[in-house]
Design a protein around this ligand. Sequence first.
Ligand code: PRT
Ligand code: ZN
Length: 283
Amino acid sequence: MLRIAIQTKGRLNEQSIELLRESGVTIKEEKRKFLMRAPDFPVEILFLRDDDIPQTVAMGAADLGIVGYNEVAERGFNVDILQKLGFGGCRISLAIPKSVEYCGLEFFNGKRIATSYPNVLQKFFTEHGITANIHTITGSVEIAPAAGLADAIFDIVSSGGTLISNGLVEVEQVLHSEAVLIGTPGLSKEKSAIAEQLMSRFESVQKGYGKKYLVLNLPTSALDDAIKILPAMRSPTVIPLAQEGWCSLQTVVDEKELWLIIEKLKAIGAEGILVLALEKIVL
Ligand code: PRT
Ligand code: ZN
């Protein structure tokens, strides 16, 4: 039995539950307790505030945890980073009021900077020879400059909308983060085996993110051109159609390139193009 800590509520909660569910670990949400046994896999889920997950995993009170890399970096506990999970992407950046001129990193010498990530910031400043006054605040860091509490902030940014609406501009991106799977160092053989199984399922689910399954009919004479257009995992599946001179082609494509690929395929005579959702890719 393995215990895995995830966020109780907040930005990573839903996607953590979804990743587990797609990996065959279901959580019955209607009667959620703070510790729940999954019925279909030897794990129990421990629901915690994200701030507490790195320490809980470092102490071994949970064997695994799903948490933002930013929290792991800030808290500094001894945990193994086992896997990047491909969601919860953000960065921690330095931002200053847009009315102020920025002259490079030296700008921050002697300045007051509000943040919830003092350790990450101190490490960055030390590495770059900057001496500043770091004010640790929890809660709405972005209002600190307008409130006269700080000259700059060091905070999480994803779309950048919060900075803009507070009259701030991002000047340095210091740390890139996403949700990661962390583990207690030195797990037992038995627990490691379950963890590995879970990680390989996570990988299959992640491989399916942003991918579509494409099925189409094509004149056989255009097959060579189609193969050049399609980025198949090995090579696309080609099935002859009952109608002479035609075949059906099936392959996986990146959602980002989907329309471009469809247009190119239509140009060489593809017909009856189906785009299907893809759940997992097990290699
Ligand atoms: O209650 P608990 O302590 O568990 O949760 P929390 O309130 O501390 O964290 P939560 O749920 O807000 O975020 C959890 C994790 O999500 C963070 O640790 C990051 O790893 C990740 N994440 C991804 C983000 C964002 N994107 C994000 N945008 N965390 C916070 N934000 C904030 C940001 O600080 C800004 O104020 O959202 C605001 C909007 O951002 P913009 O740039 O899109 O406007
Ligand atoms: Zn938190």
